[in-house]
Design a protein around this ligand. Structure first.
Ligand code: GLU
Length: 447
């Protein structure tokens, strides 16, 4: 239920952004947490800070024409939603996936404002991407697409203006092509304009691992707060992209076993624990499918086609694939099978129904804007290194990531306590993220 002072605003957002259901969902989720804040601080409503937050500062939509390997002209649609720059330059990833449309970019950009705020670092919120499907495309096609995309986007970017990075479908290869084109057009080696770069050309160590590692560090903080650890725990991870791979690696480093992971064709179960080197070989080197993993692992693992990984019993669930992958049915099966902790490595993988079921069943739920903030936080560390023309060791960077996750965890818990909802990570993350950005907006005036 929304606070009486916020219901009208939600109606307005839904009406003015018709059909953008994922965006509505992400706004609703934040607004549901803000009731006690509005009671304590009516100035946030009186100054229209919340209404301003729901309206992006700038939305860019553009044509991306390119020529495929057969000589056929292809047209995609590109987006960049620069949502809020009260805390620093716009910051957030680019997603290349056929499902991308304005509603998805806006939900991701809105989430990013609060996530970035929670990190405590000087970064605003944004997101972008295109409805381009990299699956099955050659390297050359991906390069030509990235060059065309950047030929429009470059004019909106800058290390003090807007700093994109990766997301689904955009990794180091794509960031390389984008950076190459930016450098060519502007004639500037402006390292701080993109993050997630290769380590030989301005990237930070640990950026590749950061989202997955950070999510697991967050869960480790939850476990520690209950005098518990990963030792002997069974975890299930959905997805097998960048976030999933490094979540698997860190769970196993900390003594747990990840017994299943997935892709859009199905899932693999490996009772001895996923062989992370083989997973990297299949997904990062060969760009293959998760079914190939089972085949290459011989009898040790089995592939289950077209079914949902959440039917595999586990203690800890880490959804690291995409939005709304856990709905009521999946949540019910996790709860019935005894799952105790769910932490979002992806953005908004759990639907509102699922989150409510976890709360009712006493399952600890860590929302993405807190649990997966390690990725963007390490992007901010990359920006720091670029600004000082320095590069830090793996160990030093990872230590900073771990400290950041520790601080985010404690900030969520102390804020939840302060607002009378002990142990509620959703309330803690939304309120703490909101207050930092809202106070900055009040200080900067009506702009
Ligand atoms: N796409 C990532 C996220 O969802 C990372 C963004 C970034 O590093 O700028 O937070």
């Amino acid at each position: 239920m929304l606070h009486e002072k916020l219901g009208g605003l939600y109606e307005e957002v839904a009406r003015r952004n018709a059909g953008e259901t994922e965006f509505h969902q992400s706004v609703y989720e934040v607004l549901t947490s803000l009731g006690p804040v509005v009671d304590k601080h009516p100035e946030y409503v009186d100054s229209e800070v919340i209404r301003r937050l729901c309206e992006p500062e700038r939305q860019i939509i553009f044509r991306v024409p390119w020529v495929d390997d057969n000589g056929t002209v292809q047209i995609n649609r590109g987006f960049r939603v620069e949502f809020n720059s009260a805390l620093g330059p716009f910051k957030g990833g680019l997603r290349f996936h056929p499902s991308v449309y304005l509603g998805i970019v806006k939900f991701l950009g809105f989430e990013q404002i609060f996530k970035n705020s929670l990190t405590g670092m000087p970064i605003g919120g944004a997101k972008g991407g295109a409805d381009f499907d990299p699956k099955g495309r050659s390297d050359d096609e991906v390069m030509r697409f990235c060059q065309s995309f950047m030929t429009e986007l470059y004019r909106h970017l800058g290390e003090y203006t807007d700093v994109p990075a990766g997301d689904i479908g955009v990794g180091m290869r794509e960031i390389g092509y984008l950076f190459g084109q930016y450098k060519r057009i502007t004639n500037r080696y402006e390292s701080g304009v993109l993050t997630g770069k290769g380590t030989t050309w301005g990237g930070s160590l640990v950026r590749t691992e950061a989202t997955g590692y950070g999510t697991v560090y967050f869960v480790n903080e939850i476990l520690k707060s209950h005098n518990d650890s990963f030792e002997g725990k069974r975890a299930v991870v959905s997805g097998s992209g960048n976030v999933a791979i490094y979540a698997v690696e860190k769970v196993q480093e900390l003594g747990g076993a990840v017994i299943a992971c997935s892709d859009s064709n199905g899932y693999v179960v490996d009772e001895k624990g996923i062989d992370v080197d083989l997973l990297k070989e299949v997904k990062e080197v060969r760009r293959g499918r998760i079914a190939d993993y089972a085949e290459m692992r011989g009898g040790a693992a089995s592939f289950v086609a077209d079914r949902n990984v959440w039917e595999v019993p586990c203690d800890i669930a880490l959804p690291c694939a995409t939005q709304n992958e856990i709905n009521g049915d999946e949540a019910r099966s996790l709860i019935t099978n005894g799952c105790r902790i769910v932490a979002e490595g992806a953005n908004m993988p759990c639907s509102p129904t699922a989150i409510k079921q976890f709360a009712d069943a006493g399952v600890t739920f860590a929302p993405g804007k807190a649990a997966n903030a390690g990725g963007v936080a390490t992007s901010a560390l990359e920006m720091q290194q670029n600004a000082s023309r320095d590069s830090w060791t793996f160990a030093e960077t990872e230590q900073r990531l771990e400290q950041i996750m520790h601080r985010i965890h404690n900030r969520c818990l102390s804020t939840a306590d302060e607002y009378g909802q002990p142990g509620n990570y959703v309330a803690g993350a939304n309120i703490a993220g909101f207050i930092r950005v809202a106070d900055a907006m009040l200080a900067l005036g009506v702009v």
